[in-house]
Design a protein around this ligand. Structure first.
Ligand SMILES: Cc1ncc(COP(=O)(O)O)c(C=O)c1O
Length: 416
């Protein structure tokens, strides 16, 4: 790291910090929740199915039992979303995280196609966790008792040299990947890395990629990241069973009241249906019909996401502008400038993230706990902080970011 260079003295910073404390702020930049304004964009969704108009295109009464795979029109919509065939899609409930949890739990209890035994009967299961990453992903694999193995991120996805080496270990059963605008770094997996993930040799015959396409259409502006189709890549690399794809409309329509879906090849879909059919008679078709009627097709989803971008972009710009004003040229911190997604990832000098989060909290700004973006909640360098600008107002974001940046400088000055 280049030697940091602070423009303000410790006394200046302490005074600024005390002034923030005197404001008795109550700001929250913890979780990536859509703002109310964003939820309002889907006004009308709830009226798309009425008590007189509840039949799917094929005449299915959506109020009644059945339809484990999802309505044909909902499968077609998500097929376009994932870039796969409708037969390769299953519609879930309100949460893609739940679909991921269920998929791993089924693998744990029953084993997946191509495996020799259930993962729960293996002596040891290890799981690759590109980090900084999504805390709830890491929590699922930790909950199953798997050993989490940290893989560094590169700005274009996980470090594939490390992934390829670790994947040769037969106890490594899989990897978490957020392919586009990842949580929290905002980076997307490059075409080269998609090909390497598809082609690499895995020691476990039942190795799986959990491809969480949570931010597939969540662009901030006209400059967009594109990620090649992983199902096609795995199929042409001769590893057709390798990937499960997930997504949801949580940050398109309503968070926690949207529609989730998964995609995979025929063997994995048949396997999923076998187990899901014991778990439920079928997901909520009324909600599927609402979504299909509201969005109609991918074009409808894309136009809708343009409206989200007009709300989100100024918020991201505010974070980036304030970080630059406060920390630019100080060599004290680096941060990401994502083209989509929900987060800005801030790196403080090593050993300062926890202290910055504490200082910010004591000045009334709640941040995601330092360490949360790493397996077991432990950032080995104690430097990463996830900023989530979606929920607060623009003014709140500017102020909260200024507090955070001041805390970075104060933390450094106090220890220098
Ligand atoms: C990468 C990622 N996957 C999944 C989710 C949650 O998705 P869902 O609401 O569909 O369960 C989130 C929410 O923040 C996320 O960041």
């Amino acid at each position: 790291m280049t030697t940091p260079n602070l423009r303000e003295t410790q006394t200046d910073l302490a005074e600024r910090y005390e002034a923030f404390q005197a404001m008795k702020l109550k700001l929250d930049m913890t979780r990536g929740k859509p703002a109310n304004e964003q939820l309002d964009l889907a006004k009308g969704l709830l009226e798309c199915v009425t008590s007189d108009d509840f039949k799917a295109l094929d005449g299915t009464d959506t109020r009644n039992y059945g339809g484990l795979e999802g309505l044909p029109e909902a499968r077609a919509l998500f097929a376009a979303y994932f870039g796969v065939k409708p037969a390769e899609v299953l519609i879930g409930g309100n949460s893609s995280l739940q679909l991921m949890f269920d998929t791993l739990l089924r693998a744990h209890v029953f084993g997946v196609p191509g495996g020799e035994r259930p993962w729960g009967r293996e002596e040891k299961v290890r799981w690759l966790c590109p980090a900084p990453g999504y805390d709830r992903h890491f929590a699922i694999t930790a909950h199953l008792g798997y050993e989490l193995v940290t893989v560094p991120m590169t700005g274009h996805g996980p470090d594939m040299d490390v992934v390829e080496r670790l994947a040769l270990d037969p106890s490594v059963k899989g990897i978490w990947i957020v392919p586009k605008y990842a949580n929290p770094t905002g980076e997307s997996v490059s075409a080269e890395n998609v090909a390497r993930l598809a082609h690499m040799k895995a020691g476990a015959p039942d190795f799986r990629i959990i491809w969480d396409d949570a931010y597939a259409v969540h662009h901030l502006g006209p400059e967009r990241d594109e990620v090649p189709n992983i199902l096609d890549a795995c199929q042409s690399a001769g590893h057709p069973n390798r990937v499960f794809i997930f997504g949801s409309t949580s940050k398109i329509s309503h968070a926690g009241a949207g529609l989730s879906a998964m995609a995979a090849n025929e063997a994995n879909i048949t396997w999923t249906k076998l187990h899901a059919g014991k778990q439920t008679i079928g997901p909520d078709k009324v909600n599927q019909l609402r979504h299909v009627r509201y969005f109609k097709d991918m074009h409808g989803i894309e136009r809708h996401m343009d409206k989200h971008a007009t709300i989100m972009k100024p918020k991201f710009d505010a974070v980036l502008r304030v970080l630059e004003e406060e920390l630019g040229g100080t060599h004290l911190a680096t941060w990401t400038t994502p083209r989509g997604g929900y987060f800005v990832s801030l790196d403080t000098p090593p050993g300062h993230a926890k202290n910055v989060v504490r200082l910010a909290a004591e000045a009334g700004v709640k941040l995601t706990e330092a360490g949360a973006t790493f397996p077991y909640g432990k950032d080995p360098d104690d430097r990463n902080i996830r900023l989530a600008p979606s929920f607060p107002t623009l003014l709140e974001i500017e102020l909260a970011t200024r507090v955070v940046a001041t805390c970075v400088k104060l933390s450094w000055a106090q220890r220098a």
